[in-house]
Design a protein around this ligand. Structure first.
Ligand code: AMP
Length: 284
C-alpha cells in the first residue's frame, strides 16, 4: 500500500496498471476513515484488481462558516486501515496540488449539477456544496480513470447527483452504491461523530430513532408523510436542531406526500455545532 500525493505520479502508475489489463476501483473519501468507508473499500477490493482510496478534504465543497479547518485529518490511521483492507494506493494530495489557483477561486472551472437537484435537502442549506462535490469527483475520476467508483448511501443526495452527472456527461465509469453502515446503537457512522460529546451522542441517537419510527409507522399502515413527520418529531431530542426532514421518491428525488413507491426519508440536524445527516428507505 502506497501513499501518493502527486497527480502525475498517480496517473503514470495507473496508466501502467491499465496497460497491464488491471481493473481499477476508486473510493473517494475525506479521510478519518471508519467502518462505513471500510465497507466501500472492501467492496472495491473484491470487485477490482487495484483499489485507490482518495483522502482529500475538499475545500471547495465547504461553505465559509463550515468546518473545513477543523475537519478531522488522520492520514496515518487511514493508511493503516487501507493497508489492512488490501487497498493498493491512497491518493492524498495537498489542496494546492488539486487547486493550484485556489486563491482565484472564481477562475476555477466548476461542474454544476442541475438546480432542481441542489435546491433541496443538503443543497438548500449548503449553497454551492454539490458544485464542489461534482468538481472534485470529476477531477478524481479524470486523474484515476477508474472502471468503478464507490459511494455510500449515507450521502444519498450526493450519490444521486454523482450518478446523474456520470450519465449526463458520459463518464466511462460505473458508480457503485454501497449500503449505509450504522453503529450497533443505530447512529449512522460519520467522521463528524468524533466531535460529539457523550451527552451529544445521546441526543444524536434520536436522529436514527426518528427515522426508525417513520419506518415503523409506515409498516403499521401510515403513508401520509405529514403524519410520519409528526411521529419523527415526537422522537427527536429537544436539543437537536432540525435542518430538514424530507420525503422524496427514490427514483427521481421528487417530493412525496403519500408513500406509494420506494421513498427516502432524509434528515439533517445539528447537535451542538455538529451537523449530521441520515436517511432510511421505506416502501421497497
Ligand atoms: P466522506 O469521507 O464523509 O466524504 O465519505 C466518503 C464516502 O464514504 C461517501 O461515499 C460516503 O457516502 C461514504 N460513507 C460515509 N459514511 C458512511 C456510512 N456510515 N455508511 C456507508 N457509507 C458511508
Amino acid at each position: 500500500m502506497k501513499v501518493i500525493n502527486n497527480i502525475n505520479e498517480l496517473k503514470e502508475i495507473l496508466n501502467q496498471e491499465k496497460l497491464n489489463g488491471k481493473k481499477i476501483g476508486l473510493v473517494p473519501t475525506m479521510g478519518c476513515l471508519h467502518k462505513g468507508h471500510a465497507s466501500l473499500i472492501q467492496k472495491s477490493v473484491e470487485d477490482n484488481d487495484i483499489t485507490v482510496v482518495s483522502v482529500f478534504v475538499n475545500p471547495i465543497q465547504f461553505g465559509p462558516n463550515e468546518d473545513y479547518d477543523k475537519y478531522p485529518r488522520t492520514l496515518e490511521a487511514d493508511a493503516e486501515l487501507c493497508k489492512s483492507l488490501n487497498a493498493d494506493y491512497i491518493f492524498a494530495p495537498a489542496p494546492k496540488e488539486m487547486y493550484p489557483d485556489l486563491e482565484k477561486f472564481s477562475d476555477l472551472t466548476m461542474v454544476a449539477p442541475p438546480y432542481a437537484l441542489t435546491d433541496m435537502l443538503c443543497g438548500k442549506s449548503r449553497i454551492g456544496h454539490f458544485d464542489g462535490v461534482c468538481t472534485v469527483v470529476t477531477k478524481l475520476i479524470n486523474i484515476t480513470s477508474p472502471d468503478r467508483a464507490y459511494f455510500g448511501m449515507k450521502d444519498i443526495q450526493q450519490l444521486f447527483i454523482v450518478k446523474k452527472m456520470v450519465k449526463d456527461l458520459n463518464f466511462s465509469v460505473d458508480i457503485i452504491s454501497c449500503p449505509l453502515v450504522r453503529e450497533e446503537s443505530g447512529l449512522a457512522l460519520s467522521s463528524r461523530n468524533k466531535y460529539l460529546s457523550d451527552k451529544d451522542k445521546i441526543s444524536a441517537l434520536t436522529i436514527s430513532k426518528a427515522l426508525f419510527a417513520i419506518k415503523d409507522g409506515y409498516q403499521k399502515g401510515i403513508t401520509d408523510t405529514k403524519l410520519l413527520f409528526d411521529t419523527a418529531m415526537t422522537v427527536l431530542a429537544k436539543d437537536v436542531e432540525l435542518d430538514y426532514l424530507e420525503f422524496v421518491k427514490k427514483e427521481n428525488f421528487e417530493s412525496v406526500e403519500n408513500i406509494e413507491e420506494p421513498t427516502i426519508a432524509a434528515i439533517a440536524a445539528k447537535v451542538g455545532n455538529v451537523r449530521l445527516i441520515d436517511n432510511i428507505i421505506i416502501g421497497e
